[in-house]
Design a protein around this ligand. Structure first.
Ligand SMILES: C=CC1=C(C)c2cc3[nH]c(cc4nc(cc5[nH]c(cc1n2)c(C)c5CCC(=O)O)C(CCC(=O)O)=C4C)c(C)c3C=C
Ligand SMILES: [Fe+2]
Length: 378
């Protein structure tokens, strides 16, 4: 029998359109989040960088035969995927960080007000972290791990001299067990409750940057703010907690994923019927994250996180967790409102945020000469 990797999927997500792929598109099995600092020396170099990035995104997501190379030259392609790139559900989502708008490229006036530097939140463990912020973020996702690595190597090679990798976090999305949302490293289904972004009215209200961007920042319309948080899970401690306590911390049953007042994963919790939190504690994760009130409806976020496994730490504990990633129209109104409510929740004893950053996933690009960040650099 052929090994599973030989069955790389032929599915393709179009990379051109008003919004970048990899945000509201279906989540793939493998991901890399990478941050880069721009080392191009001027605005022309920065423009060339975004043109190159766009060309590579087009070529990689389209798939097809790799260019032939003569024997005396370095090969045009790493060869990781053989002679024909499979498509494999690849998406490459490019974001920019607040630091890109410093004095280097004369872009300060074009920085959207909503693009800030991720602050240190209570219970963060980021002192000395080398995995914070960046000028540019790449979220590379595909149906198989080797396709993600191939895309990263291709992009890094073609952009060498213009941007420099500063950190990278790899993630995987486990298969649903047995169905519904995949399970995180705590054993709970994660990703059950999401805004219905397939409805364009929902996506326009919650995900895409819209009319707030006017004048010098109008270029940002159609993008989406991306928040990345690398969150370690202290699974050795978690595994010693009773199932009842785990479930009251999360607010859902572990095995079925159902809310504590329901029976199926898809049942919506009814917090209004439980005002004192006798069934679903007021400080449970899902109740704080989404109280399901009219006042908090506009704070909903689209989560697109991946599990990670980075081996062992210095004392032999598992270094596993979640590359939390979410998209939203407004970081302060959405992610930060949720994050502030979660501060001090019982779950904080079992998780340690160690890195990440805020980025603006750029608006999409059209065919022909159009390219990523064309509006920003015009
Ligand atoms: C600030 C935003 C959030 C962070 C950070 C976060 C970390 C985090 N979450 C889990 C596990 C689960 N989260 C679940 C739901 C959930 N989480 C957030 C936000 C953050 N989580 C939201 C908005 C929601 C949805 C709430 C709702 O609408 O009901 C769940 C339940 C299943 C689900 O709906 O996805 C789990 C489990 C961990 C372990 C974690 C840090 C490592
Ligand atoms: Fe959560």
């Amino acid at each position: 029998a052929a090994p599973p990797s030989a069955a790389a999927s032929g599915r393709r997500f179009p990379c051109e359109g008003p919004h970048q792929a990899g945000i509201t598109t279906q989540q793939q099995a493998a991901a890399t989040f990478a941050a880069f600092d721009v080392i191009a020396s001027d605005r022309a170099g920065l423009t060339a960088l975004f043109r190159t990035l766009t060309d590579r995104v087009r070529a990689l997501t389209a798939g097809g035969p790799v260019p032939a190379t003569d024997l005396v030259s370095p090969p045009a392609d790493s060869g990781l995927l053989g002679g024909v790139l499979p498509g494999d559900g690849l998406t490459v989502t490019v974001g920019v960080g607040a630091s890109l708008f410093d004095e280097r490229f004369g872009l300060a006036a074009r920085k959207p007000a909503g693009l800030t530097t991720m602050p240190v939140f209570p219970d963060d463990h980021v002192a000395g972290s080398t995995e914070l912020h960046g000028d540019i973020s790449l979220q590379i996702c595909a149906d198989s791990r080797d396709t993600v690595m191939h895309a990263l190597r291709d992009i890094a090679k073609h952009t060498r001299g213009a941007m420099q990798p500063v950190w990278k976090a790899d993630g995987f999305l486990p298969a649903p067990r047995p169905d519904g949302a995949p399970r995180n490293q705590l054993g709970f289904k994660d990703g059950t409750s999401q805004p219905a972004v397939a409805d364009p009215r929902v996506a326009d209200a919650l995900i895409w940057t819209g009319d707030a961007g006017t004048g010098a920042t109008a270029w940002a319309r159609g993008g989406s703010y991306q928040v990345i948080r690398i969150i370690r899970m202290l699974v050795e401690f978690w595994d010693r907690v009773s199932l009842q306590e785990q479930e009251t911390m999360i607010g859902r049953r572990r095995d079925s994923g159902a809310p504590l007042d329901g029976t199926r994963e898809s049942d919506p919790p009814d917090f209004a019927a439980d005002p004192r939190g006798l069934v679903t504690p007021l400080d449970s994760h899902i109740r704080l994250a989404n109280p399901r009130t009219a006042a908090t409806a506009a704070q909903r976020i689209l989560r697109r996180g991946y599990s990670y496994d980075r081996g062992l730490d210095a004392v032999g504990d598992l270094d596993v967790g979640l590359v939390f990633c979410c998209y939203q129209q407004d970081v302060r109104r959405q992610f930060e409102a949720v994050q502030h409510r979660l501060a001090g929740e019982p779950l904080v004893d079992y998780v340690q945020p160690t890195g990440g950053g805020y980025f603006l996933a750029l608006p999409g690009f059209g065919p022909g000469a159009d390219h990523l960040a064309a509006g920003l650099l015009a």
